[in-house]
Design a protein around this ligand. Structure first.
Ligand code: 13P
Length: 252
């Protein structure tokens, strides 16, 4: 079995003013020096350039929470990939359920963003996950399968080296409800099997698949111990250095 390096990412969502973002980043940089895993933080757009000054030259990677699917031009309110690169971003979260549900992002739009990111050599955390309604209707596997197929349309095996997948069941985000380790691992396994079918066994074994949804210091160890769970995309608990660092340090 391939050894996949664990990857812990913090999605700060629409939280933290610049000064707060800077001090949180400082604490994370300090506390993550000996991290055994890959560490990323994704502050709000307007704090990116100041946070970059803090993470520069450290083992903490700078991420963004979204980007436009076009390179430039008349797209009021959007942020381009070149703008992200300009401030030192090297990974972008694409297809988060809040973008899908609150802002109407479709699989096709998400796919176009992923294709652009790859073309421009930007790393991607590609989010998928079912709603509670879909889970209760027994459709979790089907929904996630379709999101993966549609989101990765026209992405080649080689290009997948830019992509990390994050499974985030919508019903577990910000609710305090976590999928059991087994429920999460089952979906991760489905994703890995799908990648094997779409690409190859080698690729499927290499793919880092994060879990997201109420990940906390108390449950991180058990989740990360599962065979197919290779990291976490953390929301609420990434806003407190102590909690985020405890999650990072649960990777031995
Ligand atoms: P919470 O950890 O707050 O549930 O958020 C998860 C998430 O959406 C990360 O992208």
């Amino acid at each position: 079995m391939a050894t996949r390096k664990k990857y812990i990412a913090g999605n700060w969502k629409m939280n933290k003013l610049t000064a707060e973002a800077v001090s949180l980043a400082e604490e994370i940089v300090e506390g993550a020096k000996e991290a055994k895993c890959k560490v990323m933080i994704a502050p709000p757009f307007v704090a990116l350039s100041e946070v970059k000054k803090i993470v520069k030259g450290t083992n903490v990677i700078l991420g963004a929470q979204n980007m436009a699917n076009e390179k430039s031009g008349a797209h009021t309110g959007e942020v381009s990939i070149d703008m992200l690169k300009d401030v030192g971003v090297s990974v972008v979260i694409i297809g988060h359920s809040e973008r899908r549900i609150l802002y109407g992002e479709t699989d096709a739009l998400i796919n176009s963003k992923i294709l652009l990111a790859i073309k421009e050599k930007m790393n991607v955390i590609f989010c998928v996950g079912e709603t509670l309604e879909e889970r209760e209707a027994g459709k979790a596997f089907e929904v996630v399968t379709n999101q993966v197929i549609n989101g990765l349309k026209d992405v080649t095996e080689k290009e997948l080296s830019f992509v990390t997948i994050a499974y985030e069941p919508v019903w577990a985000i910000g609710t305090g409800k976590t999928a059991t380790e087994k429920d999460a691992d089952d979906v991760h396994k489905i994703i890995r099997e799908l990648l094997e079918k779409l690409y190859s066994k080698e690729l499927a074994q290499k793919m880092v698949i994060q879990y997201g949804g109420s990940v906390k210091p108390e449950n991180a160890g058990a989740l990360l111990a599962m065979e197919n769970i290779d990291g976490a995309l953390v929301g609420g608990a990434s806003l407190k250095a102590e909690q985020f660092l405890a999650i990072i340090n649960s990777v031995k």
